[in-house]
Write a protein of this length. Structure first.
Length: 109
């Protein structure tokens, strides 16, 4: 049986945070649930297809991350946080700092 090799550059932390995909063409902003997150990316649950590149705002602390969609399967998608020029972030946020700033928050439904 073949095993799947982990390709993430940073370990993910399970969350249930509210987020917004900013500036979706013609639709304005779209809400999403952030299911897990790391310094290099996140897994999102959303009701529509995610754009290939977008800004993701984390509602809890208001931080905005430029993101590139890596995969999408129905209402779930994985994103990598990138710089404005589309390249991976050069200096990821240390995971302990990320944990302190992203205390778990329930998504309003």
């Amino acid at each position: 049986m073949a095993t799947v090799q982990e390709q993430r550059s940073a370990p993910r932390r399970r969350t249930y945070l509210a987020g917004e995909i900013l500036g979706m063409a013609g639709d304005g902003d779209a809400t999403c649930a952030i299911r897990n997150i790391s310094a290099s990316g996140a897994r999102l649950h959303l009701q529509t297809a995610a754009p290939s590149v977008f800004d993701l705002r984390i509602s809890r602390d208001g931080s905005v991350h430029h993101a590139r969609r890596v995969w999408q399967n129905g209402e779930e998608c994985g994103v990598a946080f990138v710089r404005e020029d589309g390249r991976a972030q050069a200096t990821p946020v240390p995971i302990m700092k990320l944990r302190r700033s992203l205390r778990f928050q329930a998504v309003d439904e």
